[in-house]
Design a protein around this ligand. Structure first.
Ligand code: FES
Length: 339
């Protein structure tokens, strides 16, 4: 296991969870999510306690879940309340129920040690919950490890090779990271770009005058193992004209696969009426290229029979810190309390 288990991760987006079952592998566990009659969301281990059969292959009976094999029935807390072939369920018959928090477009789940979630709530994401912001999003499943994803999105110097058409005209290289802030559990960086005209996508989305030059400020943050946040602000002479936030919910499915919950949020002075459609298309194509590289790196790692050492450059500073934090979190969890 090379990712932390004691962590809130995004299990689904709100609109994915309804009356039917949403089954997903999270932190190497089968989980089934469904919405209860009061509108809240339940998350249960997706395995019947009677035999190894997924509850998601059964059906709902009100707020109860009926297993599709012999009909054992569970309530939303995971307690078995009915066994059709006998009067009472065996004592202690139960599947695990996971804590869930629904916030903005994300449904967070805690699959770590029961009770551990009380010590740390899921990260707050006010920009995904209105306050002048609009958002669009999508979910991707990536055959790459969580750490590769965090490192990739903490170093954007790959844009010149991977996404050259997105770079503002005249910018030949990204300036060095101005500030890398590190706490015990998070890393963030800031970088400012010299004034430059708008790239075609920036002009289409922002509604700004293409004849002008603008500054850009970019920040990236490893907030938790389950959340990466990047901001991109286009600034004119009167201040910020267009603010973008790219949010990635990263949720390990297994050590070689990660669910990615991508949200693009924006607000600005003159944004185009179809900004959402345009941004969704731009960032979808970016994600396609990112995923191709990430999955190739994972294949290279899998093929290497002996571990290799790769060199680091200055632009890797934030990524290297994030790797250290993740590694030490995993080592802490392997301590005496988490064998
Ligand atoms: S396997 Fe679920 S009821 Fe038997």
């Amino acid at each position: 296991m090379n990712y932390p288990k004691e962590c809130w991760y995004v299990a689904a987006t709100s609109d994915e969870v309804g009356e039917g079952f949403t089954a997903r592998r999270i932190v190497d566990r089968p989980v089934v999510l469904f919405r209860l009659s009061d509108g809240s969301i339940a998350a249960l281990e997706d395995r019947c306690a009677h035999r190894p059969y997924p509850l998601s292959a059964g059906h709902r009976e009100g707020d109860l879940v009926v297993c599709g094999y012999h009909g054992c029935t569970y309530d939303a807390t995971g307690r078995c309340v009915r066994v059709p072939s006998q009067d009472n369920p065996p004592s202690g018959a139960q599947v695990r129920a996971f804590r869930v928090v629904e916030r903005g477009p994300f449904v967070w789940v805690w699959t770590g040690t029961a009770g551990g979630e009380r010590l740390r709530p899921p990260p707050s994401t006010p920009w995904l919950q209105g306050d002048g912001w609009s958002s669009v999003g999508e979910r991707r499943d990536v055959a790459a490890n969580l750490l590769l994803l965090h490192e990739h999105y903490l170093d954007l110097t790959n844009v010149f090779e991977m996404h050259p058409e997105l770079v503002p005209p005249g910018i030949e290289a990204l300036p060095p990271l101005e500030e890398v802030e590190v706490s015990e559990v998070s890393v963030s960086y800031t970088r400012e770009l010299p004034k430059a005209p708008l790239a075609p996508w920036e002009a289409q989305v922002s509604g700004l005058d293409s004849a002008e030059s603008y500054g850009r400020k970019e920040t990236g943050a490893f907030v938790t193992p389950g959340l990466h946040k990047q901001t991109y602000t286009i600034t004119g002479s009167d201040g910020p004209e267009l603010e973008l936030v790219r949010t990635h919910g990263f949720t390990p499915e297994s050590s070689g696969a990660t669910h990615v919950f991508l949200q693009i949020s924006w607000r600005g002075t003159a944004v185009a009426p179809d900004a959402g459609t345009q941004l969704a298309a731009v960032f979808h194509e970016m994600a396609n290229r990112d995923i191709a590289v990430l999955e190739t790196m994972q294949r290279c790692l899998d093929e290497d029979t002996t571990p290799r050492r790769y060199f680091n450059v200055k632009a890797d500073r934030a990524a290297v810190r994030a790797r250290r934090i993740l590694t030490s979190m995993v080592e802490d969890e392997r301590g005496p309390h988490h064998p």
